[in-house]
Structures are given as C-alpha cells and as structure tokens.
Design a protein around this ligand. Structure first.
Ligand SMILES: Nc1ncnc2c1ncn2[C@@H]1O[C@H](COP(=O)(O)OP(=O)(O)OP(=O)(O)O)[C@@H](O)[C@H]1O
Length: 964
C-alpha cells in the first residue's frame, strides 16, 4: 500500500490528456484524424485502446453509431468517425478507390470472425464459430486465413457491419461493467486508392487502419470474476501481460521481442515496433480504488510511448500486378471449390494438402521444440527473476537501512546542533547572569550607600530631636523662670501695693493724726468757728472716704491680679509640663523605633549581601559545571558523529560498489543470457536437439557458476555488511548511551542549579521585600513622626503664644486699670488737697495764729504729701518698670524652629530615588541583549520580562499608596 502511494506520486507525460468531460469529437480530431490521413497516403496505421475494465475503451472506440439525419451523434466513437472521415476525404478527392473491412475477435487465444455468416449447422458444435488460423506473412506481419473480407461502398454499410459484429462480441456482466467485453476486437479497414502517374501507369496506394479495442485489464478479485470468468480474466490478463512484455522489450531495445507469446501481440506486431503508425489511447478511472490499475496502465502507456516505429508506406503496386494476385487467389479458391464439389466435406488439392501438411508438421515440431525451449527459458528466467527479485529485495533492504542510517545521522546532527545551540544559550545566559549579578552588586552597593545616607539623616534627626528636647528643656526652664519672674513680679507687686497701702495708710494716719491734732487745736480755736470746722470735717471725711475707696479698689485689683497670675501660671506650668512629657515620651519611642528599623535595615542588607554573594558563587559554580559537561558532551558527540559519519560513508561506498558490481554482473549476465538465447534460437533452427542438449548443459553450468559466484559474493557482502552494521550499531549504542548519560547528567545539574538559583532568588526576593517593607515602614514612620512633631510643636507654640498673649493682654489691662485708678486717685488726691488748701486758706482768714499753725501743718502736710506723691509715683514707676521688664525683657518667648527635622529625608529620599534603587532584571536583560546584539537569540529573557510584568515589585506598594 505504501509503495502504491509512493507510485501515485509518479509523473507521466503524454501527448494529450483528456478529462472525464472530454467530447468524443475532441479525441478523434486530436488523436485519430491525422492517422486517417496517413492511411490514405498508403500507411498501415493502428489505433488501440487499452486500460482497466469499465474505463470506456469500447465507448471510445465504438460509441453510438446510429445516425440521425445522416449525421453521427455526439457520442459516436473513433471507428464511425474514422469511417465517415475516410469517405468524406475520398469523395472530396473524387478518388477511384476500393475498400474492404474485417472484424475479428480474439477470445481465449482463439480468433473468431465477427463478420462471417451465421453457421446454419444443426449441431451446436458445428455452429461454433469457425477458428481461423494466424500465419506469418514473411514480412514481419500476420495473415489471417479464412477471414471474411467485406467490400464496402458507403459508411452506413460499415456501420451495419460494425453493429452486427459488436453484437456478436462476447460480453458479460461484471462488478465493474455491466457489459464488459471479454475479448479483444480488431476492426480493420483496407483502402486501395488508384493513383494516376506520369507514364499513364496506374498505381495503387494500399493503406490499412486497424482499430483495436482490447479487453480490459482487471483485478480479478475486484471485478468479481469467478470460475469461468476468472479463467477468462486470467487469459485476458495473460495476453495483456505479453503485450506488456513486448512493450518492455521494445522500450529496452532487447534483441528478442516476445511477439509470438500471444496471438494479440502477433496480430499487433506490425503496429508495435514495426512499420505501422500507431496511436495508443489509455483509459483510466478517476476513482481512488482503481489507483493500482491506473498507475499500471499509465506506466504501460508511458513506456509504449517511447517505442519508436519505423513507418513505411506500402509499396505502390501496378494494377496489372494486383490483378495477377487477385487472379491467383481466385484460382486457388476455384480449386478449393472444385475439390469440395468432388468429395463430401472440405477438400483441397493434393499438392497443397501435402505442402500444408508438411508445413504443419514442421511447424508443429518447431512449435513443440520451441515450446520446450521456451519452457526451459521460462524456468531459467523465473529462477533468475527470483534471484533478481531477491537481490532487489536485498538492495531495497540495504537502501532502507541506508536511509535509516542517514536519517539517524540527520537526527544526530540535529541533536548536535540543538546541543550546540543550548550550549551557546547557556553561555549567553551565563553572561547574562554575570551581568545581572554585577548590576545587582551595584544596586546593593547603592542600597548600602543609601542606607548610610539614611543613617546619617537619622543621626541628624536624632540630633534634631535631642536639640528639640534641649529646647523643650530650655522652654520649661524659661517657663520656670517666667513663673519665678511672675512670682517675683507678683511679690513685688504685693510689696509695692503693701508699701503703697502702708504709705497711703501712714499718710492717712498722719493726716488723721494731723487732723486730730488740728481738731484738738481747732476745738480749742474753732469753738466759735464751728461752721468752718464742720465744713473742714466734712471735707476730710470726704477725702477719707475717697482714699478708703481708692485703697479698697487698689486692694481688689491687686487681689484679682494676684489670683489671675496664680491661675495662669498654674495653667501654663501644667501645659508646659504635659507638652514636655508628651514630647519626651514620643521622642523616646521614636528614637528606639528608628534604631530598631535601622538595625533591621542593616541586618537585611547584610543578609542580602551574603545571599547575593552565595548565589553568585553557586551560579558561577553551576554554570562552570554545566559548561564543562556541555563541552565534554559536545566533544564526545562530535567524535561519535564523526565515527558514525565515517562508518556510514564507508558503508555507503561499499554498498554502492557492491550494487554497481551486482548490477553490472546482472546486466552482463542478462546480456550473456540473451546472446545465448539468440544463438540458441539460431542454432535451434539447424540442430535443435544436439545444440539444445549442449546449450542446456552449458547454461546450467553457467547459471550454477554464476549463481555460486553471486551467492559467494553475496554472502561475503552480507558478512561484511553484518560486521559493518554490528560495529556501527556498537558505536551508535555506545554513543547513544554516552549521550543519554551526559544528557541526564547535564539535565540534573541544570535542574539542581535552577532549583538552587530559584530558591536563592526567592530568598533574595523575600529579604528584599522585607527590607523594602521595613524601609517603607520607617519612611512612613519618619514622615508620621515628623508631622506629629510638627503638629505638637505648632500646638505648643500656638498654645504658649496664646497664653502669653492672653496673659500679656490681661496684665496690660490690669496695669492700665491700676494706672487709671492711680491717676484717678492722684487727681482725687490733688482735688482733695486743693480743697483742703482752700479750706485752710479760708480758715486763715479766720485766724492769723491758727493760720500760722495751719500753715505750719500745711507745709508739713504738703511736705508729707509731696513725699507720698513721690513714693506713690515711685511705686507706680517701679510697677510699670517691672511690668515692662516682665513683658519686654524677662518674659521669655520660645524662638521659632529654624530647621525642621525630616526635611532632609523627604527631599533626599523621594519615591523616585527609592524606586531607582531597584535592580530590574528584565531591563537588565534587555540592556545586556541590546549591548551584545542578542535580539535574534531565542528570547529566553522573556521569562524574566514575563516574570517582571507578572509580579511587579510589591514591597514599595504600601509606600506608594501611603504617599498617593
Ligand atoms: N466518456 C464516457 N462518457 C459516458 N459514458 C461512458 C464514457 N466512458 C465509458 N462510459 C460508459 O461506461 C460503461 C463502460 O464503458 P465501456 O464498456 O466502454 O468500458 P470498457 O473499458 O470497454 O470495459 P471492458 O473492458 O469491461 O469492456 C459503458 O456503459 C459506457 O457507456
């Protein structure tokens, strides 16, 4: 089956190929019409159709012949069309012609005349078709004795004969064709055309057209032929087989062409390699089920196409010569008739009978001896065929083995190339990894640098924090100082108020004492002057009241001020205390956490460093190992393939040699055999018996010698081949084992390396993620701390500022009130004093003495008042000065923070800079590839890319989210 499909790939070329829809007319015009013209020029021409049964041979040759209105139907085949064509030409030429036709059937090697009259014999055996003998004409053609030649004058006559004859053909119902022709049919048209020559001599052009419809070649099993049909098919196939052999012999220019092996080939002898012009129509089926037969048919047709005939026109004969022939023939026939009349039965003249008998006898002898020799030949040929077939099989076997070996070599080469590619890929990946490692080291270095920077920044921050703590301490000191100052101010204020009160009380007492003394004096003096005294008393009481109310007011104010200052200082103290403790706690926690974070970062960085170093070391070791093993393996594979190649080469050479030798020997043998056969044939004519014996002996010895030689050689070759094959197998087995072992080793190493690499990578990834998380956490924490500090600072500053402002405002308002009260009391005191002076002046008018006394008292009072005034103004001034000092100089306000901790960090360690710390493996791979022009290499780095795309580095994600 496999070979069949292989055959189906074959290509055949023909003069013209007609498809299933081709019209009969097209086939005729293209293939047969030129032949008809040649027939009319005096050539013998043959058109024969052959092919598988049921493929349309009869349809092509005969078709439908019933005329419609004098016209042939479209389905008319080659024969009716040729007949019509011939008549058309002859009539157009107005030629003088004669035409006769014969129609015979060749069935199971028997020739039957299809145009002979029906036998009216009573007995069925007599009614059997008369067998007709086939004889050589001595010019390479065949003569059929006793065949009915019907002279025809019109196409319709021929059509009738054709229909009549076709109806008598043996047909049967088969699985492939309902009306399958079981015989070969030959319809011949003989045409004699008279030609006028210059010398007024009449010449005749004799042409013959054989139209042959062969029985179908058939696969007995498929055609469904059984028993009688099977035998019939076998016979048909036999004659077709002989036809095939004849074609083969003609194609190969063999000396002997087995025409005589079947009647069909004897009949067609002239048309195959003879002097006739031949057209072969091969019919095939488009069905796949008929592929085998189709290929065989096409093969026959293709081979038959290369047969070269030597067409020769028949000799033009004189009319007189022809007439002479005809008369001779008539004479012969007359003698036959006469002999038949004289006796009952079939009689011929005695001389002819004796001649024919002798001829028959010699022929019979010849045939017998030839049959014997043919039988021998056949046996020998069969033997050699078997040998040849065995040899061919052996050759095919060797060829297939050779092919297998070649394929093995090819696959090994491919594997080797794959290995080389893998090796180069491994090298590239090694370089890639080196590149990545160096970049990772750089990244690590930069991370360490950044960590150092962070540490510096943290140190700065801790400095800032400690300065902040100092500042807070200072602030609390300031607050304490302020408290002290306030206390001092309060005590001072109390003192001055006390002093003022004492002064006022003293002056009032003095005034009172003076007034009492004045009263006593006046009692004495002003007994008479009660009105003025009453007035004075009233006035004094009024001044007394005013002074008492002023003192009371001052006292109240001082108390309020005192109480407020106490409350405020307490509040402030509490605030400052709480702020300080909060800040201290917060800073302590922050410092400890920052230290922890820093420690973690350093720890993870050192771990990362160690891991990186370890992984780089391991990778290097693994890569080196794989490189070495790959190199070893490549070397071994190369050696192994070299060995195989050398072995295969020697094997092929040896095979070629042996094949050439075999074929040359076979050719030689065939030639010898043919030569011998020819010689034998020649000699057989002379001394058949003697030479046959000699020849047989010679042949048998020669054959046995040759066979022995061939066998010996064949055995030697086989031995040699076996040896070669076994060594080759050993080599290939060992090579395969080595290759498998190396492959397994390399694979395991690769797996190990890959596993460790992936583990380390995972660890690295984890650590990196952890460190990044911690960094992110610390960054967030820092920023949080910073904001908290800032907030705290702001709150405390605002609170302190508010409090101070409030206190200042309150104090200022109190002082303003106090000053106002003082001024009011001054004014009132002045008013009282002036009143008193007026009263004193009034009293002066009353009494000079009293006036003198009063003047003295007045001057003393004035002095005292002056002193009181000065003291009062001094007290006021000191209070004011103290207040100013307290408010402007001594009350310490917290100076604003110049540099905020954390600014450095946020500015220097932006998200971008942290992102830049990443060593992106895909980018590194891309960079490496672009630098090394490795784009065309199978994209192994794609994995990194894919990986990079699939798992974007998550550690910084929280940071990103936090900051977004
Ligand atoms: N080209 C065609 N167009 C129409 N019908 C066709 C064609 N060729 C063959 N046939 C039909 O196929 C059937 C078989 O054809 P035909 O008898 O000519 O085959 P065959 O090759 O002579 O077979 P066998 O060798 O068995 O005699 C017939 O019925 C015929 O009419």
């Amino acid at each position: 089956m496999h070979s069949l499909f292989k055959q189906a790939d074959k290509t055949f070329s023909f003069d013209k190929v007609f498809g299933p829809k081709a019209q009969q007319r097209a086939i005729y015009d293209h293939a047969v019409a030129p032949i008809v013209n040649d027939v009319l020029e005096g050539y013998n021409c043959t058109v024969f159709a052959f092919g598988q049964t049921g493929t349309g041979k009869t349809y092509t040759m005969e078709g439908e012949m019933k005329q419609k209105a004098g016209e042939l139907p479209a389905t008319a085949g080659v024969i009716p069309r040729a007949v019509r064509h011939i008549f058309d030409i002859l009539e157009a030429r107005k030629a003088d012609y004669s035409m006769k036709v014969t129609f015979l059937e060749l069935y199971n090697e028997d020739i039957t005349d299809l145009l002979a009259l029906e036998d009216q014999s009573r007995f069925p055996e007599d009614r059997q078709k008369r067998a007709i003998s086939l004889m050589e004409d001595g010019k390479g053609g065949a003569v059929i004795r006793g065949l009915e030649e019907v002279i025809v004058y019109s196409p319709s006559e021929i059509y009738n004969l054709l229909e009549h004859g076709s109806a008598r053909r043996r047909t049967a119902d088969t699985a492939l064709n309902k009306q399958s022709s079981r015989s070969h049919s030959v319809f011949s048209i003989y045409i004699h055309v008279k030609e006028q020559t210059v010398g007024n001599q009449e010449l005749m052009k004799c042409g013959r057209l054989n139209l042959v419809d062969l029985a179908g070649s058939e696969n007995i099993a498929r055609s469904g032929a059984r028993e009688g049909r099977a035998r019939e098919a076998g016979e048909m196939n036999k004659s077709l087989l002989t036809l095939g052999r004849v074609i083969t012999a003609l194609v190969e220019h063999s000396v002997h062409v087995p025409y005589r092996d079947s009647k069909l080939t004897r009949l067609l002898r002239e048309s195959l390699g003879g002097k006739a012009k031949t057209c072969i129509i091969a019919t095939v089926s488009p069905s796949i089920h008929c592929l085998e037969e189709t290929v065989v048919t096409l093969d026959y047709a293709y081979r038959a196409k290369s047969i070269r005939n030597k067409p020769e026109a028949n000799q033009k004969v004189c009319k007189s010569v022809m007439l002479k022939d005809i008369y001779q023939e008539m004479e012969k026939m007359k003698q036959d008739v006469k002999a038949a009349r004289e006796k009952n039965g079939i009689y011929i003249p005695h001389e002819r009978f004796a001649l024919e008998e002798a001829e028959k006898k010699t022929m019979k002898d010849k045939i017998e001896s030839l049959e014997l020799s043919i039988e021998d030949h056949r046996k020998e040929v069969d033997k050699f065929k078997r040998l040849y077939l065995a040899e061919q099989e052996h050759r095919l076997d060797l060829e297939s083995r050779n092919k297998e070996l070649k394929m093995n070599i090819e696959s090994c080469k491919k594997e080797f190339l794959d290995l080389e590619e893998a090796h180069s890929r491994a090298n590239i990946s090694l370089k890639e990894k080196d590149f990545i490692i160096s970049n990772l080291l750089c990244a690590e270095h930069s991370i360490v640098e950044h960590a150092k920077d962070i540490r510096g920044a943290l140190e700065n921050a801790s400095g800032d924090i400690s300065s902040l703590v100092d500042k807070l301490g200072r602030q609390s000191n300031t607050e304490a100082e302020n408290e002290g100052l306030l206390f001092h101010f309060r005590s001072q204020l109390d003192l001055s108020l006390e002093l003022l009160r004492n002064t006022v009380v003293g002056s009032v007492c003095e005034q009172r004492q003076f007034l009492e003394s004045m009263n006593e004096q006046n009692k004495i003096y002003f007994s008479a002057k009660s009105e003025s005294t009453i007035h004075l008393e009233r006035r004094i009481a009024k001044a007394k009241d005013i002074y008492a109310s002023g003192v009371q007011c001052m006292n109240e104010l001082a108390n309020i001020l005192h109480q407020r200052s106490i409350v405020h200082s307490e509040k402030m103290g509490l605030n400052i205390l709480s702020h300080a403790t909060r800040a201290a706690n917060f800073l302590a926690v922050m410092v400890s956490e920052a230290e922890q974070v820093l420690n973690d970062v350093f720890k993870s960085i050192s771990e990362l460093k160690e891991l990186l170093a370890f992984s780089a070391e391991q990778q290097e070791v693994g890569m080196k190992r794989s490189l070495v093993s790959a190199q070893v393996m490549s070397k071994t594979s190369i050696d192994f393939f070299k060995d195989i190649k050398a072995h295969a080469y020697s094997l092929i050479k040896h095979m070629e040699q042996s094949q050439a030798e075999c074929s040359s020997q076979l050719l030689k043998f065939e030639e010898d055999f043919k030569e011998l056969s020819v010689q034998e044939e020649q000699a057989a004519l002379d001394k058949i018996t003697e030479i046959l014996a000699g020849l047989t002996a010679k042949k048998s010895t020669m054959v046995s010698d040759r066979v022995g030689q061939l066998n010996g050689k064949h055995k030697e070759e086989q031995k040699h081949l076996k040896l070669q094959m076994s060594s080759l197998q050993e080599v290939s087995d060992s090579g395969v084992k080595e290759a498998v072992a190396y492959a397994a080793k390399v694979e395991s190493q690769f797996r190990e390396d890959k596993l460790s690499h992936s583990k380390i990578k995972d660890q690295m990834e984890d650590i990196l993620q952890q460190s990044l998380k911690k960094t992110a956490h610390s960054v967030s924490y820092w920023s949080h701390t910073e904001s908290s500090l800032e907030q705290l600072n702001k709150i405390s500053v605002v609170e302190a500022d508010d409090f101070i402002e409030e206190t200042r405002n309150e104090n200022e308002s109190i002082l303003q009130n106090m000053l106002m009260v003082c001024t009011q009391s001054d004014a009132k005191f002045d008013a009282i004093t002036s009143d008193m002076l007026t009263s004193v002046k009034d009293s002066h008018l009353l009494d000079h003495e009293a006036r003198m006394r009063i003047e003295t008292v007045f001057s003393t009072s004035l002095d005292r008042l002056e002193i009181l005034k000065t003291k009062h103004s001094q007290g006021t001034e000191s209070i004011r000065g103290m207040a100013t000092k307290y408010l402007e100089r001594d009350y310490k306000v917290n100076s604003p923070v110049r540099r905020r901790p954390g600014e450095l960090m946020t500015n220097e360690y932006s998200l971008e800079s942290i992102e830049q710390l990443r060593a992106s493996v895909p980018e590194l791979v891309m960079k490496f590839r672009s630098e090394n022009n490795l784009d065309e290499v199978e994209d192994k780095g794609k994995r990194y890319l894919d990986h990079g795309i699939r798992t974007p580095r998550s550690p910084l994600m929280p940071v990103n989210h936090y900051h977004q």
